[in-house]
Design a protein. Sequence first.
Length: 314
Amino acid sequence: MIDWTPGSIAMQIGPISVFWYGICYAVALAAAYLLMTVEAKRRGEDLDLLPNGMIVVAVAALIGGRAYHVIDQWALYRDDLLKIVLPPYTGLGAYGGLFTGILALAAYAHYKRVSFWIWADIAAPAVFLVQGIARWGNFFNQELYGPPTNLPWGIAIQCSKRIAAYACPPGSDPNATLGQHFQPLFLYESLSGLIGCAVLLFLARRLGGRLRPGDLVAIFFIWYGLVRFSLETLRSDNWTFFGIPVAQIVSLAFVAAAIVILVYRHRGPRSEPPSGSPEQPPGRSDASASLAPSGEPTGAPVVEGAGPPAAQPN
């Protein structure tokens, strides 16, 4: 079992505290940017769209994630509303961030006139990677843990960091752990994210010709939704709706929506280029595509005077 209880502050620079939580998220976002760069380049997408796009989506996700967390843990903020906006901002709700991040990505893709589904597929493995790295910020904050356990990977939690369900007896030393250990839910989510990232990258490369734009992000939501639904059974400080954890309700909604998207987008002949392959260059006609490299026709008929074919839907 793990008895080490880390501190939340990585370093102190004068009056400024640098928190491990922030460091973990900074490293996670940097890794996500590098991964998205690789994936966008592999798919032939415009890399110039990535820096601003990622800033827009990241800011939206942080706002949504913070809002969800504050609602989820309202008891921590109702007596001191300034804690919502003042540092160290230790607390983000994944579903809030995913919701606002999707909206921001859709708006940005529409503004730039690019495929939302293709860029969502590019982002999906990176979001898993963010989860895999950033969740370690919860470890340094001694949060996101489950019930007591005797498992070898159980973690110790100081009395001052415990939720009401696992509170220490009155008068206990705030820094004591009383020899108790708890389920590391942050670790389960981290491992799920890293494995999910690897699986999506594997599918994109091995099944690229059979996938359609939007398949990877749909698989992401099915994977994440099922994992999150399961882990919520181990949490005691959930935000509930008629006694049911809200995160479980949202998880099932995301899973159902993702399944509908998969079925809908595979219901008929492919109308978009396969995921993982560049789209046909704008303005290229079927007639020019029917010419061999030498300029000789390949056998496809070309009608003189005919206008260009109708554009295929994106």
